[in-house]
Design a binder for this molecule. Structure first.
Ligand SMILES: Cc1cc2nc3c(=O)[nH]c(=O)nc-3n(C[C@H](O)[C@H](O)[C@H](O)COP(=O)(O)O)c2cc1C
Length: 357
């Protein structure tokens, strides 16, 4: 029997969670570039630890700390429970949450509750809809966009750019031509801000500039150093077509690790904003391999407004330690702020940071 596109998409979303939880799919060496930076220690911080304020603003909304739960899932049975728990944490800490790609919910109506649950469990936190660049390039209708936004009462629409993932995905869609024009038409016509994100191969300053010109309000760099989506899709490819090599072995190694490290994306976009003040209002999210609160602090000092995490928070959820993990990251962040004399996130943005020798 032929499977519907909605059920193929649902199966894929399920296998992504399983692979990200149980297989070794991080970039070789797992280097985000953040490890190469160190803050200048401030021996006279002139603040009291308990005065430190972690709250900040993103896309015009006050949030409890500069952390977002990255877009992950929805569109199959067990996703409802995962999204309920993630949304509960987003509500508790007043932080933004992205749902996974809503393509499945446009292809069929089964499992729409696995997305809608997010707004029920997070009535006041910012929640963001999500769709892929190939769907944008092939032309989303106004109705489809309204369906996604309405399903979760979305505060923003995230469009993910994932050419390396689609390249490796057995059933991938590599038709990216026309994406930027279509994106521009969307940003010009919808009522909520649009965020453009990668999924782990990073966004260069050159591409950030084109995305900003197309009207996006923020860029989530999703750089290399965390999950390699090439590796995730290679696992799926090999389970279907064992031993059928697509690439030369030496090229495969390079392709599986293809991407711009998270810290390099941040530094380049900060430079772009500095050299061209017209881009200064562009929001910046640091993600790709964020694994503690010091990573969040360094990201902010390198120009991000907040950081975002997917795989580490998914693993914590699976281990039953999601809230404990977020609270530990808050302690890490507070520690970095104390030791740099930063009472607020705005002050942390100015904290001296340098590349280690
Ligand atoms: C299980 C899982 C599913 C994901 N699905 C999506 C998705 O549907 N849309 C999207 O934009 N990103 C998706 N991502 C990518 C993340 O949002 C993030 O950009 C990427 O994993 C890098 O962050 P990390 O290193 O903290 O995991 C997914 C990540 C995980 C772990």
């Amino acid at each position: 029997m032929q499977q519907s596109s909605a059920s193929i998409t649902a199966e894929r979303k399920h296998s992504h969670v399983e692979i990200c939880l149980h297989r070794e799919v991080r970039f070789d060496g797992a280097a985000t570039g953040l490890e190469a930076y160190a803050f200048e220690h401030n021996a006279a911080p002139e603040i009291n630890l308990e005065e430190i304020d972690l709250s900040t603003t993103f896309l015009g909304r006050r949030i409890g700390l500069p952390l977002m739960i990255s877009s992950m899932t929805g569109g199959y049975g067990q996703a409802l429970e995962l999204n309920r728990i993630l949304a509960g944490a987003a509500e508790k800490y007043s932080i933004p949450l992205g749902v996974g790609s809503m393509r499945q919910a446009l292809e069929g109506t089964s499992h729409r509750d696995s997305f809608a649950i997010v707004r029920q469990a997070a009535p006041t936190a910012p929640v963001y809809a999500n769709i892929g660049a190939p769907e944008v390039a092939s032309g989303l209708t106004r109705d489809q966009i309204a369906t996604m936004i309405g399903m979760i009462g979305a505060d923003a629409l995230i469009v993910h750019l994932n050419p390396a993932q689609e390249l490796f995905q057995p059933e991938g869609n590599t038709a990216f031509r026309g994406f930027l024009d279509r994106l521009q038409a969307i940003t010009a016509s919808i009522q909520v801000p649009v965020i453009a994100k990668e999924v782990g191969s990073g966004i260069s300053a050159r591409v950030a500039r084109r995305l900003a010109d197309a009207g996006v309000s923020a860029i989530d760099v999703a750089g290399s150093g965390g999950i390699s989506w090439q590796k995730v899709e290679e696992c799926r490819y090999l389970s279907q077509f064992a031993h059928e090599d697509r690439f030369s072995p030496s090229a495969l190694d390079e392709l599986l690790n293809w991407g711009i490290p998270t810290a390099d994306c941040l530094a380049a976009i900060r430079q772009l904003k500095y050299e061209h003040p017209a881009y200064a209002p562009l929001g910046v999210v640091a993600s790709g391999g964020i694994s503690n609160g010091i990573d969040i602090a360094k990201s902010i000092a390198l120009g991000a407004d907040l950081a975002a995490s997917a795989q580490q928070l998914l693993k914590a959820l699976h281990a039953g330690t999601l809230e404990k993990t977020i609270e530990t990251w808050m302690n890490d962040l507070r520690a970095a702020m104390f030791l740099t004399g930063s009472a607020t996130i705005e002050e942390l943005k100015q904290a001296p940071i340098h590349k280690k020798h």
